[in-house]
Write a new protein. Structure first.
Lengths: 233, 96
């Protein structure tokens, strides 16, 4: 099995925690991180406490992972922050923090993990985009624009690391039942779901299914793609 | 410190040369051109060298440095021009 060592960001709760437990159950070693203590107990799980936008901390984490496990096969750049506000009411601090968590964090992990992957001439990177970007959700400018940056990063990174056998794709999720979505008002959520081809809220297994496909060893001819759930295009 | 850094770079270049087999990297010296005009490495090999050096610097000096630089890929002013310029550049970063 080629995919053995996986790094997932933002594993304390939500989709990140689900994916960590899902891939642990499939026999992978998972290294996760979050700003707080880890919430997963498993002999094949390691947790790092850090802010994904803290460059020094990210470099140090990936160096430790490389020392211990010698390689990284898969990176799931899941960590992110949501923000819901009208542009005219959005403080600078909010847009800064949203961009740091969603874009800078994704960038730093992609950069550092690619350096490890290139040695083995193999890697699978999945960045987390959002349907908020193509659907241009009102009230989500900070969030959707930071995810738009992730999409473009994905497409360019795919070209730059292709020669090392690394693929970089993005998974654009619909709303899935998590803390992030619990805060969205019911009418707004209905309005969002109505813009999807398949008008239902996503399930965790919809996300892991697409992840399985993107990180499959056989998916070596698929890179630079942004794939949305729910029939959004 | 300079000698130690130079030794790290030379060792990294020799290791890398196992893959790329460039004549000019068989016995690297201070004057050896790394990247840019007459450089032995293409940009792919340079990325690999950068990653090796960052790790070696951490092991030897206990310091996290990022060698990526705005000028890294410039043909004229790149700190990766020669072993000598790279030594000076790394020394600056370690002292920061």
């Amino acid at each position: 099995m080629k995919n053995e060592i996986m790094v997932i960001t933002g594993t304390r709760k939500g989709i990140g925690k689900y994916l960590a437990e899902y891939y642990l159950s499939k026999g992978l070693t998972v290294i996760g991180c979050s700003r707080g203590e880890g919430s997963i107990e498993d002999p094949n799980y390691r947790h790092f406490m850090l802010d994904v936008a803290d460059e020094k901390a990210v470099i140090s984490m990936i160096r430790d992972v490389k020392k211990e496990f010698k390689k990284i096969d898969v990176l799931l750049n899941n960590a992110g922050a949501a923000s819901m506000n009208h542009i005219l009411l959005t403080p600078y601090k909010t847009i800064k923090e949203t961009t740091e968590a969603n874009y800078f964090g994704t960038f730093l992990f992609l950069r550092e993990v690619s350096k490890v992957m290139l040695k083995k001439k193999y890697g699978r990177i999945v960045n987390f985009a959002s349907i908020a970007t193509p659907l241009k959700w009102e009230g989500e400018a900070a969030y959707a624009a930071s995810k738009a940056a992730v999409e473009n990063l994905t497409q360019i990174a795919a070209k730059e690391v292709a020669e090392y056998g690394i693929t970089v794709n993005a998974l654009g999720s619909t709303p899935v039942w998590t803390d992030m979505i619990n805060r969205v008002p019911k009418e707004k959520l209905e309005g969002i779901l109505n813009q999807q081809s398949i008008k239902r809220i996503g399930e965790m297994k919809d996300v892991s299914h697409l992840c399985d496909f993107l990180i499959d060893e056989e998916s070596n001819f698929i890179t630079g793609q942004v794939i949305y759930l729910g029939g959004v295009s | 410190m300079k000698n130690q850094i130079e030794a790290i770079i030379i060792e990294a270049l020799q290791d890398l040369n196992d893959d790329i087999e460039s004549e000019s990297l068989e016995n690297p010296t201070k004057e050896t051109k790394i990247f840019g005009e007459e450089g032995a490495l293409d940009s792919l090999a340079l990325v690999s060298l950068i990653s090796d050096l960052e790790e070696a610097i951490h092991d030897d000096f206990g310091k996290e440095v990022t060698l990526a630089d705005e000028k890294a890929m410039s043909q004229h002013r790149s700190p990766f021009g020669s072993v000598e310029s790279l030594t000076e550049y790394i020394e600056l970063l370690i002292k920061e």
